[in-house]
Each structure stands twice: as structure tokens, then as C-alpha cells.
Design a protein around this ligand. Sequence first.
Ligand code: AKG
Ligand code: FE2
Length: 292
Amino acid sequence: MLRNEEIKTSSDTSNMHQNFQIVNHGIPGTVLDDMLDGVLRFHEQDTEIKKEFYSRDVTKGVYYNTNFDLYVTPALKWRDTLSCVMAPHPLDPHKLPTVCRDITIEYCEYVKKVGTNLFELLSEALGLNYNYLKDIDCAEGLFLLSHYSPPCPQPELTFGASSHYDSSFITVLLQDQLGGLQVFHQNQWVDVTPVPGALVVNLGNMMQLITNDKFLSVKHRVLAHKIGPRVSVASFFRQHLPPENSRIYGPIRELLTPDNPPVYKETSVKDLVLHHNGKGLDGTSALGPFRL
Ligand SMILES: O=C(O)CCC(=O)C(=O)O
Ligand SMILES: [Fe+2]
């Protein structure tokens, strides 16, 4: 696991990295490889078998489709995705595709631990008790997206994922070695070059909202490739469209001062996700309507 100093401590969070890679995360390399293989196995099955999982109903625990924002996005992405709602309610394992069932469950158990550790470190980096972010349920929800981008004949015409911010508190991302992920940093797109065995961590919109812009969510995208396929697994720490009475989040009171008044309204994860999904991956932050 990364050490606290690597995230930056409470006295200096002004330049908090919005995106970083971690190597000592405790997940065995074989588990990472098996997870990527599992995703490949699922997507490379016969269409007839995958059809069983095809749906655009986001209230399902497991669903497979292409471009979740198909009907609103200005341009289509070169990517298919298997989406699995892994937590807070345990998913019935039988809902998961057989070809990647066991490894998905095993990988998620590890990722939950990584997420818990990260929320402890991020709490401390904010100058809060290490339990703070866990206690407000940031680590409760886990929404897993297993992406597959086939080789693309004209990669200059599309993206693996167009420019966007994640709606999560944090996203733990496992990518294969092909590359293509970029973050927008100091006014330019910068490659997040794959490091064998590493996980990428992105800060998402919900983190930016509760920290009142102390931690900013990272704008990122994935280029399409002539070669491939490219496989990646994004673990979103947030609840997935929870019920109406879900928890309300606003800027953390302990971080506010007369010089740092709240800049966001209180909102539920559900409202933010609905707005995010409703506008699609259009390059803008979903936080706009939630700003005061
Ligand atoms: O495939 C990747 O590397 C990134 C995926 C991503 O940004 C997402 O699922 O939000
Ligand atoms: Fe993303």
C-alpha cells in the first residue's frame, strides 16, 4: 500500500494529485492478470451467449452493453462494457457470467481492501480522522465496469472513452499493457503509461463535492487503437443508483471556514449519477448543477 506521504499530508493538500498509480496495493499479480483474462473471456464469447446479459436497464445487478450513453452522446465510443453492482448489497454470484464469475468475486474482495486503505489515507490527507471517509460510507458501494475495446480500423475517428470525469468518490482502475489512458493535466493530455502490476486511482466528482474542491476530480479519456483488444476494469467506489432515501452528501463541515464556505449544495449520489448518465461522456463535469 502506498504510504501517507505519497498522498501528501494535511498541511499541504493544495496540489493534491487527482490521479496516481499504486504498486504496493497488496493484490497479487496473478489476480490482476486473471481478472483481465476473465474480462477478455467474457467479451470474446459468442454473441449468442453474451446476449443473455445484454440490457440497458441500469437497475439490474449485472448488464452488458455498449456506450451506456448511446442515445445522448455526441459520438460513439469504441468499447463494450460488462457492468456489475458488487456492493453494498452482495450480488447473487449466479448473476455473474460463468466465464469470469470466480475471479470477479475474488478481485472485488481485494479491491474493497484497497479502497478502504485509500479512504483512510485520503481522510488523513484532509486532516481528518482516518475513519472519516469510511464512516460516511464512501467505501460502501462498489460498481465494477469491465471494458473491452476491439481493434479499431480508424482510431482517429473515435475514442475508447471520450473525455470525462468519474461520478465516484474514487475509481480504482486496472488496465492492460496496451496504453491509451490519458489525463488532462496543466492544460494538456498526458499518457498514463501502464506500469505492470500497478493500479490507477482517479478521484471522482463525489470526492470533489465533499472536499469542497480541495481534491479535484480528474478529467481523463482513452484513445482508440488499431491494435487490440484493450481490456480494463474500473472499480467505482460509490453506490449505484441507490433508493430515494439514500445518504445526502455535502461539503464536509470540518473542512469549511469563513474563508472556505461551501461551494456545493447537498445532494445524493443518485442525483449526481442520474445527471452524469443523462448527459453522457461529453467532456464536462457533472458537478455544474450542484454548485452554489
Ligand atoms: O479504460 C480505462 O482505462 C478507463 C475507463 C474509465 O475511465 C471509466 O470506466 O470511467
Ligand atoms: Fe473514467
